[in-house]
Design a protein around this ligand. Sequence first.
Ligand SMILES: NC(=O)c1ccc[n+]([C@@H]2O[C@H](COP(=O)([O-])OP(=O)(O)OC[C@H]3O[C@@H](n4cnc5c(N)ncnc54)[C@H](OP(=O)(O)O)[C@@H]3O)[C@@H](O)[C@H]2O)c1
Length: 320
Amino acid sequence: MKAVAIQAFGGPEGLAVIDLPDPSPAGGQVLIAVEAIGVGGVDAVIRRGALAAYGFEEGHVPGGEVAGTVTAVGGGVDTSWVGRRVWAFTGVGGGYVEQAVAQIGEVLPLPANLSAVDAVTLGSSGVVAHFGLSHAHFAPGESVLVRGAAGSIGIMTVQLAARGGAGAVAVTTSSAERGERLRGLGATHVLDRSGEGGRDAPAGYDVIIDIVAGAHMPSFFARLNPNGRLVAVGAVGGMPPADFGTEMMAAFQRSLSFATFSAATVAGPELRAVRTAQFAAAGGGELHTVVHELLPLGQAALAHRKMDAGEVFGRIVLTT
Ligand SMILES: NC(=O)c1ccc[n+]([C@@H]2O[C@H](COP(=O)([O-])OP(=O)(O)OC[C@H]3O[C@@H](n4cnc5c(N)ncnc54)[C@H](OP(=O)(O)O)[C@@H]3O)[C@@H](O)[C@H]2O)c1
């Protein structure tokens, strides 16, 4: 089968189309004829070699989110799965392939009205948005700022905050055009990356969902209301300064909270339940997926070039 692997760490040119033996599912696994593959930011981080210390080597096949049809099952898996359309998490890797294997616990049936492309746009990011907001103890009526809203996690967070009855949903983004698109998804105020602008934007926020982190993260503590909570769910802007806790302590009398959130800490059944509900909501048109572009699997390097250039609003999806 055709696959795409990281032949050399570095730029997108290090991605190459290769031939791999057709896989067969081991016990507890299914084999999926892949239709759609989500391209995630972590794929680019691994491609650059930034996670080499964590065991990612050249030759790694990136991608973790696929959708398609089950064609075979391994031992211990009900044969009724064969022929079903599914979404699956393949792990941190193994997704840029024509045929993927996944553990049955990481496989979810797709509703008939949800496409494979939409599923891989929503499957991972939707749960981060949902549980990130609950980790921030978001309650209806509260004001929310989504920092770095133009990616798939931010787009889902904006929609869930709006649907959850937020009093205001502000976003940071780099262009007015992106701001308008985010308004169409539920944003009420559009700010620039530094958090400025946005006519009549709230002076402070009860919740900030931060997908960016980086050098400017501490400046957003000043935008929290008393008892406000900033939850870092991503770090597309890199790590914050090492002494950022000092800024929190300087604001001691405003009782602020900082937390990180990773979906890795959510129990499997809870993830399944929320993902199933979100797939149904997306199939029914209540949640919107934003696909930046469809590209064939063989053009994974182009997809990475577009990601590196910051061109992507939503998600690029590879198709087989
Ligand atoms: N918590 C979890 O469980 C979990 C799970 C999966 C992934 N993640 C993390 O989530 C992040 C990826 O999320 P995503 O795919 O939604 O994001 P993304 O699409 O990579 O980026 C979101 C937006 O952030 C803005 N941005 C990029 N670089 C920036 C910078 N240096 N400063 C300010 N803004 C910047 C860009 O929008 P504008 O140009 O419009 O500003 C970009 O569209 C990664 O850090 C990944 O590790 C977390």
